[in-house]
Write a protein that binds this ligand. Structure first.
Ligand code: ARG
Ligand code: ZN
Length: 884
């Protein structure tokens, strides 16, 4: 039975404080909990129902005396608590070693760790495990000193010392009230990089990054990122670090990226560990953005939290927006900012748009769920961030900062809703484009699906007028048959034929001289009349991707070429190039005409590549074709093999037609100075590595041996992982003979570096598939490799998810890819439902597949659905997919 947003009621009891004592043991941990409970007098008297899952109750007492209780599924019920104020003492056990779900208290090689969001605390002890119940925690940890020398929990260390039998203890106190999902503990054999800092307020803070002994040399970047995050949040939003101690702990077994537990962030090693020899530029960026994300949660999530899980985007959308802004500010100038924006939008369109059009579609603030863990989605996170970004666009950057200040004035220390946030931003900006239409704007939270915007322009040379008509529509969905218009901010400019930015003066307006402005669509249709337009303009709409919509602007190739050459908005320049390439691909997919890169497009791409005023990172993005997955998303029915063939054909032409330019790009973008993971150096490396890939591809096609040889040499000699992996990828993608020894050598070099071995699996599973099914055969073999394990989520993702995200390898006409999918979903589900349901989701777009894939996919889904004892998580995904 689903949980519904409308059924929210305030808790019947509050828990004011919690004293927890853990006798930690991987086989059997004893948890003692003393809860100070107060009845919520705003609700009618009723039984106290505490949640508990996979734990064993030993004893329960109220006010120090026995109290009668009973069990309901997942609940401990006390029908007659002794009055409105009482203490409850609970003692129970849990088993970290058997906790393969990695939710609650679980074991990893280096020790014991917790993950409580969203509902993992109930797997540790009985509790009101909901975010609107906030308590002060005092935690005592007791464990074997040799095996678990480090004992951590939230807040400040009160005392620590030895105990009998080789055990020791530590006592922690967190002065901030928090919901149970922010509780954390760590008992492990770790070491820390430490840094003392003094913030603007003059307060001193201790920063620590805990990792396994051998990994200390890979923590500098995480520490630097943490310091940069602290400085940034104080400068941009005046939000200071409120803790004496801030800890980050890395663990190798983790379902997600990281978790923002108050003062004790727990991270997947992937987002902490980075050294030039073992991590790529992309990994370094990932560390910076996730460290920032979790740190920013300290205010947006922890100080102000969510009233219920339907409000998840309150903290996630806002915090993703904040980490995106942080990364942009860290990247530097306008061009580097645009590169980050393009990256983010690429992700949004490739993951969130399909989600919004498929069976798992839901509003940013969902209305119901079966398994809350299924709603940590691209819609809640990334589309949620776009909704916040639109608010900033509508009230301006300073207005948004004022809104944030008001939000904290009103709600600091409380559990609130998405409405509260939007209201604060609007109220801080009376008369703004947001506050005058707040109710309409909030449809972004309530309606699922991606709106369509159509734009058509008409130029009248005689009257020197340009009339632009904008209209919007949204497709109905099962839950929402009628959709109302959205508030859509369209940042726009008009570009003249020579690339000049035209002044935007609307009819009836005087003295307007800007060349870019924000237009707001808030109804089905809007007509704009621009006057004093001397030349026929090309509209550049939705600059910086100012709203998460699908835009049809009807521009001709000539118009798009003008934008690609001249638009002052880097995002739209990139977008124009992508659209030109996309239209070539879409034209060739039906198979009637071969895929051709025409001269005009090749020349325009060459001009970008050779333009000395553009950043290499931007060039690399412009010269990257839309992915096969993105092409498939543009079609109602897709044939993955056909799309792959077209993609490969265009890649080959790009390699051939720009051959000399690629050679030039490779030679001229070498980084000879010491490694820095900044946007300048990483841009050069990205372009050089793309060029190398193209050169090897072309060499293989023409039988030339020079570039493959160079790639092998570079692979061997590379001074950093970005270049080493770049060269290896060039070989794996195109040159089977050299790829084999290179892969072997790579494995030998890095056999003790788990995160690098993940790359080794991922690279092979993600390689372009060939007619003889080389990739699939390789994946089947790798599943049996001694280094492979489904138990470790990073490793499972590296091989299994990479393969299933590789369309041509996965979507085989003999359905063997789907059979493997079904088998693995079932196997993983028995141990780790969260991981299994993520894998299950890779099949949710099955309806869009052409035959024979569609029927085969349905059969595979039905096979999984027929399995009894499937977890709620996986069950929700497969049944929604089958019902679609
Ligand atoms: N709050 C964490 C973050 O975004 C992620 C938690 C994910 N939890 C889950 N059950 N999937 O930083
Ligand atoms: Zn988050």
């Amino acid at each position: 039975t689903p949980v519904r947003r409308q059924d929210y009621t305030a808790p019947a009891y509050w828990i004011r404080s919690v004293e927890l004592t853990f006798d930690l043991d991987p086989g059997k941990t004893i948890v003692t909990s003393r809860l100070v409970i107060e009845r919520n007098l705003d609700t009618p008297p009723q039984p106290l129902k505490l949640q508990g899952e996979d734990i064993t109750l030993l004893r329960v007492q109220a006010n120090g005396e026995s109290v009668s209780f009973r069990h309901e599924p997942g609940l401990l019920v006390i029908d007659n608590p002794p009055g409105d104020n009482f203490t409850l003492d609970i003692r129970n056990t849990c088993c970290p070693d058997k906790n393969t779900q990695l939710s609650g208290l679980f074991s990893s090689d280096s020790g014991l760790f917790t993950q409580c969001e969203a509902e993992g605390f109930r797997r540790i002890t009985y509790f009101l495990d909901r975010p609107d119940v906030m308590a002060v925690y005092t935690v005592t940890l007791r464990a074997d000193k040799k095996r678990y020398p480090v004992l951590l929990s939230n807040g400040n260390l009160l005392e620590q010392g030895p105990l009998d039998n080789g055990r020791h203890y530590a006592k922690w106190h967190d002065p901030f009230r928090k919901p149970s999902y922010l509780f954390a503990l760590v008992a492990a054999d770790l070491v820390a990089r430490e840094q003392l800092i003094r913030t603007r307020s003059g307060r001193d803070h201790l920063l620590q990054v805990y990792v396994r002994r051998g990994d200390l040399d890979k923590t500098e970047h995480a520490m630097n990122s943490l310091i940069a995050s602290i400085i940034w949040d104080e400068a941009r939003f005046k939000l200071p670090l409120d803790l004496e101690r801030f800890m980050i702990v890395a663990v190798g077994d983790f379902n997600m990226g990281a978790m923002e537990n108050k003062g004790l962030n727990i991270f997947n090693t992937k987002y902490v560990l980075a050294s030039p020899a073992t991590a790529t530029d992309t990994d370094f960026m990932g560390v910076e953005s996730v460290v920032g994300h979790e740190y920013f949660h300290n205010w947006t999530g922890n100080r102000i939290t969510c009233r219920d899980w339907f409000q998840l985007s309150l903290k996630e959308g806002l915090t993703v927006f904040r980490d995106q802004e942080f990364s942009m500010d860290m990247a530097g100038g306008p061009s580097a900012r645009a590169v980050k924006r393009i990256d983010d939008v690429r992700g949004l369109r490739q993951v969130q748009f399909p989600e919004d059009a498929g069976p798992m579609a839901h509003p940013v603030r969902p209305d119901e769920y079966q398994a809350i863990n299924n709603f940590y989605t691209a819609t809640v996170y990334e589309k949620g961030a776009e909704v916040v970004r639109m608010m900033q666009t509508l009230v301006g950057r300073e207005g948004f900062e004022r809104g944030m200040t008001l939000y904290f004035q009103r709600h600091d220390g409380f559990a609130v809703t998405c409405d509260d946030f939007a209201q604060a931003i609007a109220d801080a900006n009376p008369g703004s484009m947001l506050s005058t239409r707040l109710e309409t704007f909030k449809r972004w939270y309530a309606q699922a699906g991606t709106p369509h915007v159509e734009a058509r322009g008409r130029y009248d040379a005689e009257q020197r007028r340009y009339v632009l008509t904008l209209s919007q529509w949204s497709s109905p969905s099962a839950q929402q048959p009628v959709k109302l218009p959205y508030v859509i901010p369209v940042v726009m400019g008009l570009v003249g034929p020579e690339g000049q930015a035209l002044t935007l003066q609307l009819e009836g307006e005087y003295g307007h001289s800007g060349t870019e402005r924000v237009i707001v669509i808030d109804d089905e249709r809007l007509e704009l009349v621009f006057v004093n337009v001397d030349v026929p303009p090309v509209p550049s709409l939705l600059r910086g991707f100012s709203a998460p919509v699908r835009l049809d602007d009807g521009l001709s190739d000539a118009d798009l070429l003008t934008l690609l050459r001249h638009d002052s908005d880097a995002f739209n320049r990139w977008e124009a190039g992508q659209r030109l390439a996309l239209s070539r691909m879409l034209a060739a997919v039906p198979g009637a005409a071969p895929a051709v890169l025409d001269d005009a497009l090749v020349d325009a791409l060459r001009a970008v590549l050779r333009d000395p005023s553009l950043d290499p990172a931007f060039k690399e993005l412009v010269l990257t074709l839309p992915t096969e997955r993105y092409v498939a998303e543009q079609l109602d029915t897709s044939d993955p093999q056909r799309i792959h063939a077209v993609h490969q054909a265009l890649q080959a032409q790009l390699a051939e037609r720009l051959h000399d330019d690629w050679a030039w790009a490779f030679e001229h973008h070498q980084v000879t100075e010491g490694y820095r993971p900044d946007s300048e150096q990483s841009g050069r490396r990205a372009l050089a590595n793309r060029a190398l890939g193209m050169l090897v591809r072309h060499a293989v096609a023409t039988g030339d041996a020079v570039w493959p040889g160079k790639a092998y040499g570079r692979f061997k000699e590379a001074a950093n992982m970005t270049d080493r992996l770049g060269a290896l990828a060039a070989l794996v993608d195109a040159h089977a003979e050299l790829a084999a020894p290179a892969l072997e050598r790579f494995h030998t070099l890095f056999k003790d570096e788990a995160l690098v071995i993940d790359k080794w699996f991922a690279l092979q599973a993600g390689a372009p598939e060939t007619a003889d099914g080389r990739v699939f055969t390789r994946v089947k073999a790798l599943l049996k490799h001694p280094d492979f394990s489904l138990k470790n989520p990073n490793r499972a993702r590296s091989l299994v998810f990479s393969f299933m995200n590789n369309p041509a390898a996965f979507h085989r006409s003999d359905a063997a890819g789907y059979a493997l999918w079904a088998e693995l979903v079932i196997e993983i589900d028995a141990a780790n439902p969260q991981l299994a349901s993520r894998l299950a989701r890779l099949m949710e777009r099955w309806r869009r597949l052409a035959e024979p894939w569609q029927s085969a996919a349905r059969e595979a889904l039905a096979r999984v659905a027929a399995k009894p004892n499937l977890s709620d998580d996986t069950r929700e995904v497969v049944s929604r997919a089958l019902e679609s």
